[in-house]
Structure formats: C-alpha cells, structure tokens
Design a protein. Structure first.
Length: 316
C-alpha cells in the first residue's frame, strides 16, 4: 500500500516566485535572440558619427555670499601697485515657480567642421524677471606708498536673461589660451559708487548717504541696425565666428602679460549689434546746490565690437 501526502505536492510562495522569475528570464532571452539577427556591426566611419548629449542642469535656492574675501591684482616690478576689491556681499532672489523648469545648463556642444567641441554655460531665460542679483564690495588702490580707499561699489537689482558663456580651444594655429564666446542681456536697477562707505546697501538713495554717483535703469542687449532693443542677448563674442581670447603672452624682450581680446568677425554679417541705455545719472553731494546734480539720461543706439586687444602689462 502506497500512501502519499498532499502536502508534498504544494509549493511554497517563495518557490513559486522563483519559478516565475526563471520563466520570465527565459522568455526575455528568447526575444533578444530573435532580434539579434537584425543587429549589424558599425564600421569606424559610422561610429565616428555617433554622438551623445553631454550636460547637466542646476539652479540656486536662497543663494547668499557674505564675508571678508578680498581679490587683489598686484603688478610686478620694483614698485608694485595694487588694486583690490573686498568685503563681498552677493545674493540672488528666487523664482519658486521656475526652479526646475528654467535652470542653468552646462553642456558640451559640437561645432563640426573639424573644430573642437566647446563647453557652454547658459543662464535661465528669467522671463518673469524675478531672479535679481544684489552685490556690494569695497575697493581701493595702493601705489607709490599711498593707499587710496575708493569707498563702496553697489549693484542693485541686476536681472540677466538667457545669456551664455562658451569656452573652447583657439582654432588659430600657434595660438594658445582659452577661446570664448559671450552673450549678455542685462537690466540693472542701480549701479552706485559711494566714496564714504557702503551704508545701507538695500536703498538706492538713503538720507544718511551724503555723497554718491548713481546710474539708474541700465539696459544692455542686442539691437537692430536702427538702434531698437530686441530684448535678446547681445553676442559680444562668438566662439566660432568672432572668438574672444584669454591668454598669457611673452614678447621678444621676455616680458609676460595677460591678454584679453576679441578677434575680427569672420562672416559677411559682421559683428553682432548691441545697444545700451541709462535712464538717469545723478551726482549727490552736500557741496552741490540742492544737494545733487541730475545729468539726465544717456543712450547708445548701436554698438559693434569689431576688434578688441587689451594687454595688462606690469608697471605703468
């Protein structure tokens, strides 16, 4: 007589789950094998045309930087001179509705035509104009044994929209350094110089400040040939058609200096056109009649940088 237990024919839940996993894996392997016949190897020429899209997106929240940081430029030589900027205060307001939809982007961009790829940092479009920067710093110089305290430099309500900075290697043979492109659209509420100290940096014209120079309502961006602002970034330098250059140069006498330049445009369209306007320029001083002098507004209808060559040489 043979007896069998019904319990021996039952599977535990773990065993049943494992069986299903094995069956799924076998089906996936069969499907892959069925499609493998359609796959073809790529030769070197085809592989060279395959490119990815490298980059990242990021943004700032509650950004603020305040401290005793000082930047100093010192010219070499027997009588060195100094220009310094210190005691920084930098902050930016946020746009909570566009933190993720309108970020900064950092990408590797292919230019083709045998040119090197470039790294491009692009700003948020900031269509709402809510992202505003505030900046303050003290500045001064030192030369011939004389220290001069220039007071404070303030930038209030700086709004940038969709600008970019591109970095690559120079395309000109024999030229070393960093080639760059720069596009900028900016509105500045106030640009202020206060020779007697920064005082209240949140106010444009506090009663306690007796002397200052204030530029209000500054606008900079692309323009058309008639001087009408286009509300788009102005390409001050283009990494491909009119590249900027930042490098160190040594002349025939062995003297080295920093060099910043923008080359001639290489297209028939020429250099990009920009424009700038200032709503108000005001001097404030307790020595002036009425305490201030209003110089009115100023405007440059069209600006074109055809060529720029700046050399920071040691000494004066």
């Amino acid at each position: 007589m043979v007896m069998s237990s019904s319990a021996s024919r039952l599977q535990s839940p773990q065993a049943a789950l494992a069986s299903r996993a094995v069956i799924c894996a076998m089906l996936a392997a069969l499907a892959f094998a069925a499609r493998a016949g359609d796959m073809k190897p790529l030769n070197d020429e085809e592989m060279s045309g395959v490119r990815g899209s490298d980059g990242l997106a990021f943004n700032l929240r509650d950004f603020s930087l305040t401290g005793p940081l000082t930047l100093t430029y010192t010219s070499p030589g027997p009588s060195p001179t100094k220009l310094w900027l210190g005691n920084f205060s930098l902050s930016r307001s946020d746009d909570p509705s566009a933190t993720f939809s309108d970020p900064y982007t950092l990408r590797v961009v292919s230019r083709g035509a045998g040119l090197a790829d470039m790294i491009r940092l692009t700003e948020p479009a900031n269509l709402n104009g809510v992202l505003k920067w505030q900046f303050a710093a003290d500045w001064g110089t030192s030369a011939n044994g004389i220290d001069f305290n220039g007071g404070a430099l303030l930038v209030q309500d700086l709004v940038t929209r969709g600008g970019s900075l591109s970095l690559t290697t120079p395309a000109t043979p024999g030229v070393e350094g960093i080639a760059f492109g720069l596009a900028l659209q900016a509105d500045i509420g106030n640009l202020i110089i206060r020779p007697r100290g920064r005082d209240d940096i949140t106010q444009a014209d506090p009663a306690t400040v007796t002397e200052q120079l204030r530029f209000s309502g500054i606008k900079l961006g692309a323009a058309d040939a008639s001087g009408v602002m286009l509300n788009t970034p102005w390409a001050i330098a283009d990494a491909t058609t009119q590249p900027g250059i930042f490098n160190a140069i040594t002349d025939a006498s062995g003297n080295s200096f920093l060099h910043i330049g923008i080359g001639w445009p290489t297209t028939a369209a020429g250099a990009s056109i920009g424009g700038m306007s200032i709503d108000s320029i005001v001097f404030k001083s307790d020595t002036l009649p009425g305490g201030q002098m209003d110089l009115g507004s100023s405007r440059i209808g069209t600006i074109q940088l055809q060529y720029l060559d700046v050399k920071l040489k040691p000494g004066f």
